[in-house]
Structures are given as structure tokens and as C-alpha cells.
Write a protein that binds this ligand. Structure first.
Ligand SMILES: *[C@@H]1O[C@H](CO)[C@@H](O)[C@H](O)[C@H]1NC(C)=O
Ligand SMILES: *[C@@H]1O[C@H](CO)[C@@H](O)[C@H](O)[C@H]1NC(C)=O
Ligand SMILES: *[C@@H]1O[C@H](CO)[C@@H](O)[C@H](O)[C@H]1NC(C)=O
Ligand SMILES: *[C@@H]1O[C@H](CO)[C@@H](O)[C@H](O)[C@H]1NC(C)=O
Length: 340
């Protein structure tokens, strides 16, 4: 078990590889996070999948169906040599099968039964002072049960009583704990600074949002729902608010920030207002890509725009009709003239 856990940690750390030590990036932080998801349906069916992100960008993926960790970005190898990468790959590969065996042993030993759902989250982050913070948390059946802290494994305060045995086994292995510390304290921050350097331009990219307004489903008689859509921005932090003059409308409800397929983000802000009170409202968007030039959309403008389009469309139809009619008359007249 100990050696397996060590490998597991190595794996995590490896996947974690992303901190940022580079002085140029020190204004922003890019935590490196690795998530391992292991599902055991019964004693003979299980799978383990891993995903890793640097900040908001996915860097690694490891499917149960594959023997090798897939590099998602051209810079996912960071500053590791081929040899270092192969060593880590091997370590994680050993870890994965050992982890499976260990969990199966634990289930035999403990009062818990299948199905078993385990999630491990591990990673690190380097702050502007060049100090790093690393972590490993483990969840069992969706609930956080244990973490690694300082030099040993620590259960959460309300962990089930059988955790005592697990902790005793895990902490009984000095070698593994040292390995974990090495991975957390040294390897992870190093890997992360390599990723930060290699992926710098993509990690620090700025993509401007597009914003537009629309009317939502009616919240009730005499009321309107105004929607402000903001899409296509990167990085994730964004500020969206409905305003009247300089006054923030506290009734503004912001949705979760949702991912677009192209690694940009989407969010919407809604505001319910009494009919007639919508005039003069604006939606204001602040984002780092805008360089202080906030996007400001006026509800009235939004309507005028759509009204303008409608008028334009009607006009186009009318013009077309007139031309058609004119042409018909002209052709008829020609026709009569010919006859006459
Ligand atoms: C184990 O679980 C898998 C997936 O749910 C199922 O297909 C299989 O029949 C199960 N095997 C046994 C022995 O229960
Ligand atoms: C996951 O991988 C292990 C090891 O390669 C394999 O034994 C197992 O059948 C796989 N699980 C699924 C659901 O494919
Ligand atoms: C940050 O710390 C690492 C070791 O933890 C060191 O190798 C690196 O040079 C330091 N970087 C700066 C900018 O101080
Ligand atoms: C690793 O860091 C932790 C604090 O985060 C510290 O308690 C521990 O002694 C360190 N271990 C080693 C081997 O440096």
C-alpha cells in the first residue's frame, strides 16, 4: 500500500505540474490541479481517469483505456526532458494499477462495500513571493475524508471511524510520506514553473467578450426580465451588472460562468423590472481584456437596434413590392402600347 500511495502521489504531482515561478506572471496565479476519478462498481469492474489543468486550461488527460498520459497542449510537457517524462509516466502507470489493487484490498478489510467512488484532487500553486502551496485531498463516495498536511495524512474531523485504521496504515509508511513530501514540496512547484514558462503566452492570453441584450421569459404580469449576455472572454474573472446611471441594480442576478467549447467563458446577468422602468437601464461589463474600456449596453439602444432591423426589413419588403408592382405596370403598359 505505501509504495502504491507514493506512486499515486507521484502521479498526482506529475499531473499537477504547473505552478508558476516566472517573475513575469507573478501578478496572476495559475494553480495546477489534477483530478483522479476512480469508480469501482464491484470486485471485477473499475476504471480510473485523470484530468489536469493549469489555471483554466486543461493540460493533461489520462483515460483508463490508455497506458499513456495524453498531453492536451503543445506545451503540456513543460520543461521536462523526454527521460523525466518517461520516468514519471512509468511511475504513474505503476501507481494506477497499484491503486486499484489497494482499494480492492481495503474494501475487503473495511465495513464498506461496492460501489465505491473515489476522487483525488492534488496540485500546487506558487505565489508571487515564490512560496508554493501544495495539496492532496481525497473524497470517498463524494465526501472529503482525508488530506495530506505537512508530513502526514490527516482525516477530516467527522471521518468515519474505520478511517483510523486507514490513516494508521498510510502514516505507518515513512518512505511513502517522504516521497509525498518530496513530490509536493519540490516536484510539483518545479513542474509547474516549467509549464508556466512553456505555456506562458496561452496562459496569459486575453480574449475580449461580446455582449448583447435580450428579453427573458416574463417573470409575471407587469414585469419584464432583461438579459445581458457576455460571451467569449478569457480569463474567467468578469464583472457584469445592470445599472441605472452609476447606480448598480442590486436585483441583478448573475448566472454561473459557463465554459464555451473554445476555452472561453459565458455568463449572463438578468434583472426583473416593472414594465416601464426598463428605460435608462444599462448593462455594464468589466473584463481584464478591455483595458478599462467597459462595455456599456443601453436597454433602449438594444431595442432600437432590433426595432431598426425590423423597420429595415419591412422597408426592404415594401421597396421590393413597389419595384415588382412598378415593373408589372410598366410591362403591362408596354404590352398595351404594343397592342395599341
Ligand atoms: C460489475 O459491474 C459491471 C458494471 O456495472 C456489470 O456490468 C457487471 O455485471 C458486474 N459484475 C458482477 C460480477 O457483478
Ligand atoms: C480500466 O483499466 C484496467 C487496467 O487496464 C482494466 O483492467 C479495466 O477493465 C478497465 N476498466 C474498464 C471499465 O474498461
Ligand atoms: C523560486 O524558488 C525556487 C526553488 O523553490 C528556485 O529554484 C527559484 O530560483 C526561485 N525563483 C525566484 C524568482 O526566486
Ligand atoms: C514539506 O512541506 C511541509 C509544509 O508544507 C513541511 O512541513 C515538510 O517538513 C516539508 N517536507 C520536506 C521533506 O521538505
Amino acid at each position: 500500500m505505501p509504495s502504491n500511495m507514493v506512486c499515486g502521489l507521484c502521479l498526482l504531482l506529475w499531473v499537477l505540474p504547473q505552478v508558476w515561478g516566472s517573475s513575469k506572471v507573478q501578478e496572476s496565479s495559475f494553480p495546477f490541479r489534477c483530478l483522479q476519478i476512480s469508480s469501482f462498481a464491484n470486485s471485477s469492474w473499475m476504471r480510473t481517469d485523470c484530468l489536469a489543468w493549469m489555471g483554466e486550461l486543461q493540460t493533461h488527460r489520462w483515460s483508463n483505456d490508455s497506458d499513456t498520459i495524453q498531453l492536451v497542449k503543445p506545451w503540456s510537457q513543460g520543461k521536462l526532458s523526454r527521460q523525466q517524462q518517461e520516468n514519471l509516466q512509468h511511475l504513474f502507470w505503476v501507481y494506477r494499477s497499484a491503486f486499484t489493487r489497494d482499494i480492492q484490498e481495503f474494501v475487503k478489510m473495511l465495513p464498506e462495500d461496492y460501489p465505491v467512488e473515489l476522487q483525488l484532487s492534488a496540485g500546487c500553486e506558487v505565489d508571487p513571493g515564490n512560496t508554493s502551496k501544495s495539496f492532496i485531498h481525497v473524497a470517498f463516495q463524494g465526501v472529503h475524508i482525508l488530506s495530506f498536511q505537512g508530513t502526514s495524512w490527516v482525516p477530516v474531523p467527522d471521518a468515519p471511524s474505520w478511517m483510523k485504521l486507514v490513516i494508521r496504515i498510510l502514516n505507518g509508511d515513512q518512505g511513502t510520506r517522504e516521497m509525498v513530501q518530496w513530490l509536493l514540496n519540490d516536484t510539483c512547484p518545479q513542474v509547474v514553473s516549467g509549464l508556466l514558462e512553456a505555456g506562458k503566452s496561452e496562459l496569459e492570453k486575453q480574449v475580449k467578450p461580446q455582449a448583447w441584450l435580450s428579453r427573458g421569459p416574463s417573470p409575471g404580469p407587469g414585469h419584464l426580465q432583461l438579459l445581458c449576455h457576455v460571451s467569449g472572454f478569457y480569463p474567467k474573472p468578469v464583472w457584469v451588472m445592470w445599472m441605472r446611471d452609476e447606480q448598480e441594480q442590486l436585483g441583478t442576478q448573475r448566472s454561473d460562468i459557463m465554459p464555451n467549447a473554445d476555452e472561453t467563458w459565458y455568463v449572463q446577468a438578468t434583472l426583473d423590472v416593472a414594465t416601464g422602468e426598463e428605460a435608462g437601464l444599462t448593462c455594464r461589463v468589466k473584463h481584464s481584456s478591455l483595458g478599462g474600456q467597459d462595455i456599456i449596453l443601453h436597454w433602449a439602444d438594444g431595442r432600437r437596434t432590433s426595432l431598426g432591423l425590423t423597420v429595415l426589413a419591412v422597408l426592404a419588403c415594401l421597396v421590393f413590392l413597389f419595384v415588382l408592382l412598378g415593373l408589372t405596370f410598366w410591362i403591362r403598359r408596354r404590352h398595351y402600347q404594343d397592342i395599341l
